[in-house]
Each structure stands twice: as structure tokens, then as C-alpha cells.
Design a protein around this ligand. Structure first.
Ligand SMILES: *[C@@H]1O[C@H](CO)[C@@H](O)[C@H](O)[C@H]1NC(C)=O
Length: 393
């Protein structure tokens, strides 16, 4: 009994020691002049901590302790000499005045870093001033395109992070490969304009797992040049759903291929799973898309392909050049907030091909018990199992 207790205390003691010495050897931003008072500009301290860690030949950690750290637009640049972790136990906030970040491409950017892990903490971009400016119709700055940007990076893990109130996109992934986003929590009011949750493009092997996204625009949007994308167990809503696109805005555009969205719940979102392209000529495409095991709760358009996408007034009104093919919808159940639960509005010049509908059950939230409907234009495909609303194939 006695020896057991002693050995247990010894283990605890050693573990604590190892833990503390490890944190102490980390590049703590406080040691570089950061102040966790929420007011002091800690940008340069963060940059100095990053540079020191990045220049080390050993795997290193930049450590942000508890506290609220005010940061202006910042770029953490690689390549670093070894693996690097950005560990945040605190809260990083943007300045109160939205202009401070609204003229830079992004607020916090990781650029050309390989073997990076971004762990924990909160980011609050304080976007409300910027949203009000946009809504007022005043002449506003362009806005920070992303709160957290991962650009030209490889082998990245983003884990346990909360991101609030981005001016535009919360997390942007661009020109990066092998990125895992796990256990993140993204939040902005449903009325906030164009606040996407996660936007990715020109990137391969991106996984988004186990995350909650409540925002004013797309929960996840997947742009040109994305391939091998896997999204599992996300809760989306409020927001505009998961979108492939918008595609086909440019003529010379890379396609999107091999995207899976699975085991996810959409609550009161504008769309569930959507493919959207502009109605103009383009060499773009979207192929091998798999949407399965999804629950829709009062979603306006649970299943939609919209090849006449045009959110503003000047629409191109041509046929979309984007070729949509091999799209599978399997085991999608729940309720639609509009009668048209399934809509395939495809391109007259490039009809959608190879759409598969299997085990679909979507009912209309309607006091008159009207059935849901499917709309098809220039769409070709097959159906299997029970499909309700009845498929048009
Ligand atoms: C498609 O992407 C998934 C990851 O989502 C991957 O496991 C699979 O191997 C990819 N398929 C092809 C043919 O590359």
C-alpha cells in the first residue's frame, strides 16, 4: 500500500516536472514582450517568438498562455527548420477598430510552413463593426478575407480552436496539402454578411472532422482546385450549408474532385449540400462528389445543384461551362423548409451526368401536409432504394 502510494506520487511528480520543463522550453510569447491585458499590441512579440521557434533545429512550440492578447495583422512565415506547434491557451483578439485589420488580406496567416500544428485557444476578429459598415452601404474597406489563413503550407493540424466573428472567412486554406481541421468551433451571427466558416481552394487532402460551424454564409465552401476532401461529423447551422463553389467564375479554372461529406447535421440552414456555378463559359468541373448519411432539419434547400448561381444583380445569363458529374446522394433524411427539397438546375450546354439518388427521405415542414418536390433541368442520373421526393430519373 505504502510503496504503491509513493510510486504513484513519484510518477505524478515526474510527469509534472517533465510537463513544466517542456512548457518552459517553449517560446512563451510573454518572454518576448506580449501582454495578456487585451489592450497592448502584442503583434511584434508574437512574431519574435515565432521567428525564434522557427529558427530552432529542434521541434519547437510557440506558447500563448492564458490571457487576452491583442494582435494586428500578422504573418507567421516558414519554412521552419523543424516541426512547429502554435499552442494557444488564451484568447487572441483583433483591435476594436475594424479598420486595423480590414485592409490586409488576412488577420493571422501561416505562410509556407510545413509540419505545423495549431492547437487550442480562441480567435475573435471582432467583425461586427465591419458588418455594420457593409450593411450601411457606406464605402468600406475590403475586409480581412480570413481570420486564420493557411497558405502554401503542408502537413497541418488545426485542433481544438474556436474562431468567432470573422470579418469574412473564419478559416481559409489555400495552396496547402494534407491539412486536418479537428474539433473546431466556429461562430458568427446568422445575419453577419459573407462570414464563411471554412473556405478551401487549390488544396488537396483536406479533412474537416468533428466540428461545429454556426455562421452567416457557407459553413464550408470548396473552391476551384480542391481534391480529396473529406468532411465528417460537422454540425452546420445557422449558415448556408456546405457548398462546392462557386465555380466557373473564371474561364481557366481548375476543377474540384473527390469530395465526401458524411455523418453531418444541418440545422435551419439555407442549403444542405450544394453545388453552385456561375452561368458563363468555363473549363471548370466538379466530379466524384459523395454526400451520405446526412440529417436535414428545416433546411431551405437540402439538396441543390445551382448552375445559374448569381447572388447579386448583374448576372451573366449564359450557360455554365462547369461540368458536374458522378454525384452521389445516399441516406439523406429529415425536413425541408421549402417544398422543393431537391433541385438540380444544371447547365443546358453541359448537363449534369451520373447523379445517383439512394435512400432519400425529405419531408416538407408544412401545416397542409403537402409533399416535397424534385426539380430537374438538364440533369441525368439513376435512383436506388426509396427516394422521396420522387426522383426525376
Ligand atoms: C478520395 O479522397 C479520399 C479522402 O477523402 C481518399 O481516401 C481517397 O483515396 C481519394 N480517392 C482517390 C481516387 O484519390
Amino acid at each position: 500500500m505504502g510503496t504503491k502510494l509513493v510510486s504513484i506520487s513519484l510518477i505524478i511528480f515526474i510527469t509534472t516536472l517533465v510537463h513544466f520543463s517542456w512548457i518552459a522550453s517553449a517560446y512563451n510569447v510573454l518572454n518576448f514582450g506580449a501582454r495578456g491585458d487585451g489592450r497592448t499590441d502584442s503583434t511584434m512579440a508574437f512574431v519574435r517568438a515565432w521567428q525564434a521557434a522557427c529558427n530552432s533545429a529542434r521541434p519547437e512550440m510557440v506558447y500563448v498562455p492564458r490571457g487576452t492578447f491583442m494582435i494586428k495583422p500578422v504573418m507567421f512565415t516558414g519554412p521552419c527548420r523543424n516541426r512547429i506547434e502554435f499552442r494557444n491557451n488564451g484568447k487572441i483578439v483583433a483591435p476594436d477598430n475594424f479598420y486595423a485589420i480590414a485592409n490586409s488580406g488576412s488577420w493571422i496567416m501561416f505562410y509556407k510552413v510545413n509540419r505545423l500544428s495549431i492547437n487550442g485557444g480562441t480567435l475573435d476578429a471582432k467583425g461586427s463593426g465591419f458588418w455594420s459598415c457593409r450593411k450601411s452601404g457606406r464605402n468600406c474597406p475590403p475586409g480581412a478575407r480570413t481570420s486564420l489563413s493557411i497558405m502554401w503550407c503542408n502537413d497541418v493540424l488545426v485542433r481544438g480552436l474556436s474562431s468567432y466573428n470573422s470579418q469574412l472567412v473564419h478559416i481559409g486554406i489555400d495552396h496547402s496539402n494534407n491539412v486536418r481541421v479537428v474539433d473546431v468551433n466556429i461562430r458568427a451571427p446568422s445575419s453577419s454578411p459573407n462570414t464563411d466558416g471554412i473556405h478551401l481552394q487549390s488544396s488537396m487532402w483536406v479533412t474537416i472532422l468533428n466540428s461545429v460551424i454556426q455562421t452567416g454564409d457557407d459553413c464550408v465552401s470548396i473552391g476551384p482546385g480542391a481534391a480529396n476532401i473529406y468532411i465528417e461529423k460537422i454540425g452546420c447551422g445557422p449558415g448556408h450549408g456546405v457548398s462546392i463553389g462557386s465555380l466557373g467564375n473564371g474561364y481557366n479554372e481548375a476543377g474540384v474532385q473527390n469530395v465526401t461529406v458524411t455523418s453531418s447535421v444541418f440545422t435551419k440552414t439555407e442549403n444542405g449540400v450544394r453545388v453552385k456555378s456561375w452561368a458563363r463559359p468555363s473549363g471548370g468541373f466538379a466530379t466524384k462528389l459523395l454526400f451520405k448519411d446526412l440529417i436535414m432539419r428545416q433546411v431551405n434547400y437540402p439538396i441543390i445543384i445551382d448552375q445559374r448561381y448569381c447572388p447579386w444583380s448583374s448576372c451573366p445569363h449564359q450557360a455554365s461551362g462547369v461540368k458536374v458529374s458522378q454525384v452521389t446522394y445516399r441516406n439523406i433524411k429529415g425536413t425541408s423548409a421549402t417544398q422543393q427539397a431537391v433541385k438540380f438546375d444544371c447547365s443546358p450546354s453541359n448537363p449534369c451526368r451520373g447523379i445517383t439518388m439512394q435512400d432519400i427521405h425529405l419531408t416538407y415542414v408544412d401545416r397542409l401536409f403537402r409533399p416535397t418536390l424534385t426539380y430537374c433541368s438538364h440533369a441525368q442520373g439513376t435512383h436506388r432504394g426509396i427516394v422521396f421526393p420522387k426522383s426525376c430519373f
